[in-house]
Ligand binder design. Structure first.
Ligand code: ADP
Ligand code: MG
Length: 776
């Protein structure tokens, strides 16, 4: 039954949307669902091999090389089962021979809940005299080579029957030259997945193509059917390589079509146009603005004004460096909405930032406008009585500007007329959370997302493909440049003290300093990082540390994921806020300075109070974790010291640096590190020191950090939804796919002429990892 060829397609041929259970066994289907969330044939066929192993013909037992994947045809000589010494479970050792030499196979059986975990069935199956074909990886145990947990297929009869044996599909695959290796689990092995895929490919009817033929020809793609066949069952390396190219483009194509279509549909929804009135709030604000907007600010403002005056809801991202003046631009949008009688909600990622926004917005508005618009803060920390009052102001429409944390999203918050949602620092909110807030409007509110992380073009297209983008590239005139210096503590340990001398000098000039550490207390990493495993939802904890710098969440000795490995040279203890403060307070040149901590283990009240004191100049040196990363604005701060700079992401360092040089004084950023000259970590820090161009650093960051962190966890609160696409390297391909998608959907928004593509787009949208796309 397993050997069904594509030519004899059964009449009840399956489609990509058929449920897996109709083809593979119920147990396998269940495991595939548990392990990978697979439901349909499309899900299984989209589970591409992670890599391909080469395997020769049946291997000679005398020539086994450790690490090789081999296949041997042999006979069982003996089998023994023994209990393991150190943990529950047994070890089955099987000796096999090919007539010339012998080899051991071992199988470990795990005992559950302290039981012995007997493998009786295996010792029975592999009894002496039994013949079979065994395939697995050669490992070393003591001075012996062995195969641990090989896959095997037993057969009766003699080796004379080998032809018959070899024609068995499973054996055939064992002998196949190229073996696909799938992402697998302990419960469902790569072999079993390959089996399931083979069954599926055999039972599948014709596979329609989501890429229109013209585009396929332009891109030199193979058909879907061929690509799916060859990525799973290649005969040569070229097979799977070309199949991958085709499927990679297809992925970009379907995703771009989904995004472009969502964008188009979002535009089709109807909402209330929000226009300023002459002499209204916005006019009054502009009249009292103490500076002229930069050209970029004016362009962004004009783009927003056009969006707001339309009856289709705005979905716009404003990106610009810290201090480029995004907040002013957003505030003007809020005032336009207030002019039309509506309310605006500003969602900030932390209480500190929400509090700061309230203060700076109130200050920017000035007394009269503030009295009229009643900007209000709503956070989870409000005492009950005050909270009631605040909620009342919101629901009555008295407050035109509501600033808050995720508390804004809770059910009991009702708006009188929510016309605009401004989201500060997109990265820390799951997209679903933005949606909750958006649903609080009677008509869909306009949405403005602000981000200080420059977004490389490919990410903008891939992750924010459903948003329009405004870019504020220039900083307001008169900003002082920031000097960045790497302090190599490995080569010059004594420079540790120079850092503090420099800090003391700045404070003597009447300025203030930030010191950032990767940890709060010895060995205790910033609490936000504990969220790494969880859904990384919006919380008041600095979860951003996780989102943008996987290496921060990793303790020495542990390894971070691909490309972001913790440097091996990290043998010294990590600098932490508590220890460092202790040391600084003892250091003579810093005597008399007001040095205070700020980190995620303090209560919101404490944090807020500390920030306020720092902003007021009552604290000279703030020793903090990355809580201060986003948005904190203290113009008098002139020095930013980052300890163990190698533990932070490139973009994160750039963001931290943006905290200084905001007033009239020149900024200095000291990046202290123990990473050795020439090491990758050191190169990253050098790169940050060498340029102030946030876009270049963002591109670099993208190349360095895990894709999953770019697209998955940090953006949508889910794991990465891309399979073959890599935003860091597939930029051009994504751009071509987007271009083609814009062209097609421009002429056929509902994809009426492309039913197969429409289905593929729907499949993509149904994928629960991308449900947010629905919400446009
Ligand atoms: P962002 O939100 O992008 O970090 P802000 O809007 O908070 O930047 O602006 C940073 C600082 O620069 C604020 O003090 C703001 O008043 C000031 N500012 C904004 N735009 C201008 C401008 N065009 N000219 C001078 N100062 C500006
Ligand atoms: Mg700001």
């Amino acid at each position: 039954m397993t050997g069904v060829q594509p030519s004899d397609v059964p009449s009840d041929a399956k489609t990509l949307d058929s449920s897996l259970g109709t083809i593979v066994g119920g147990g396998t289907a269940k495991e595939l669902a548990n392990a990978f969330g697979m439901q349909t044939i499309a899900d299984l066929l989209g589970h591409y091999p992670r890599r391909y192993a080469l395997r020769g013909e049946s291997t000679d037992l005398t020539r086994l090389i450790v690490g090789d994947i081999v296949t041997v045809i042999a006979q069982v000589v003996s089998v023994t089962e023994s209990e393991m010494k150190n943990r529950p479970g047994t070890r089955v050792t099987v000796r096999i021979t090919d007539g010339r030499d012998t080899l051991s196979l071992v199988f470990f059986g795990k005992g559950k809940n302290g039981t012995r975990g007997s493998q009786n069935w295996r010792t029975r199956e592999l009894s002496p005299g039994v013949r079979g074909i065994f395939a697995g990886k050669v490992t070393e145990f003591g001075d012996q080579v062995q195969l641990a947990h090989p896959a095997y297929k037993l057969f009766d009869g003699d080796l004379e029957d080998l032809d018959e044996v070899v024609s068995d599909p499973k054996v055939k695959r064992m002998l196949q030259d190229i073996v696909p290796i799938y992402p697998a689990t302990a419960k469902i092995t790569s072999w079993e997945i390959a089996d399931a895929v083979a069954l599926t490919l055999g039972a599948l009817g014709p596979i329609p193509d989501p890429v229109p033929e013209m585009l396929r020809r332009d891109e030199h793609l193979m058909s879907q059917a061929e690509a799916l066949e060859l990525i799973h069952r290649p005969h040569t390396a070229t097979d799977w390589q070309s199949a991958r190219d085709t499927l990679r483009f297809t992925e970009a194509w379907v995703l771009q079509c989904a995004l472009v279509q969502q964008h188009t549909q979002a535009k089709e929804r109807h909402t209330t146009a929000r226009e300023p009135v002459p002499g209204g709030f916005l006019d009054r604000f502009d009249a009292q603005l103490p500076f002229v907007l930069t050209l970029d600010q004016q362009i962004a403002a004009a783009e927003i004004a056009v969006d707001l005056s339309s009856t289709s809801p705005m979905s716009r991202l404003v990106q610009g460096e810290v201090g480029s003046g995004k907040t002013v631009v957003a505030l003007r949008a809020m005032l336009a909405v207030a002019d039309s009688g509506g309310q605006a909600a500003l969602l900030a990622p932390t209480e500190v930032l929400a509090g700061q926004h309230l203060r700076s917005i109130t200050a920017m508005l000035g007394e009269n406008l503030a009295a009229d618009l009643m900007p209000t803060l709503l956070t989870g920390q409000l005492p009950a009585a005050q909270k009631r009052k605040t909620l009342l102001r919101i629901v009555s429409g008295q407050s035109h500007i509501v600033i808050g944390t995720h508390a804004l999203m809770s059910d009991n918050v009702e708006f009188f007329d929510l016309g605009l949602v401004v989201i500060d620092e997109q990265h820390r909110f799951g997209v679903n959370q933005r949606e909750v807030l958006r649903q609080k409007g009677a008509t869909p509110p306009h949405t403005l997302v602000l981000t200080a992380t420059p977004i490389p073009r490919t990410i903008a297209m891939t992750v924010f493909g459903d948003l329009d983008v405004s870019t504020i590239a220039t900083l307001p005139a008169g900003r002082q440049p920031i000097e960045s210096v790497v302090v190599p503590l490995d080569e010059h340990p004594s420079w540790f003290f120079r850092i503090w001398d420099r800090v003391a000098e700045e404070v003597a000039l009447g300025r203030q300093a930030f010191v950032v550490c990767p940890a709060i207390a010895p060995k205790l990493v910033e609490e936000g990082e504990l969220l790494a495993e969880s859904e990384n939802a919006a919380t008041d904890a600095p979860a951003r540390a996780v989102a943008s710098a996987p290496r921060v969440a990793t303790r020495p000795g542990q390894r971070a994921g691909r490309g972001a490995a913790v440097p091996d040279e990290h043998k010294h203890p990590i600098n932490d806020v508590e220890t460092l403060i202790g040391g600084m307070r003892q250091y003579r040149p810093l005597a008399g300075l007001r040095i205070e901590p700020l980190h995620g283990r303090m209560t919101s009240e404490e944090k807020d109070q500390t920030m306020r004191a720092f902003a007021a100049g009552d604290i000279d040196v703030l020793v903090a974790t990355t809580v201060i990363e986003v948005g904190v604005d203290v113009p008098n701060a002139s020095v930013m010291v980052v300890m163990d700079a190698d533990r932070f992401g490139v973009s994160q360092l750039h963001q931290l640096r943006g905290r200084v040089g905001r007033g009239g004084v020149p900024g200095l950023c000291l990046l202290a590190t123990y990473a050795k000259t020439g090491s990758t970590s050191r190169e990253r820090i050098d790169a940050v020191a060498a340029t102030l161009d946030g876009f270049r650093l963002a591109e670099l960051d993208l190349e360095l950090r895990q894709e999953g962190n770019v697209l998955g966890d940090s953006q949508s609160g889910d794991r990465s939804s891309l399979r073959l696409l890599r935003v860091a390297i597939d930029g051009e391909l994504i751009a071509r796919a987007r271009q083609a998608a814009l062209f097609l959907i421009g002429g056929d928004p509902a994809l009426r002429t492309e039913p197969v593509l429409r289905q593929a787009v729907e499949r993509r949208l149904n994928d629960n990892q991308l449900t947010w796309l629905h919400k446009g």
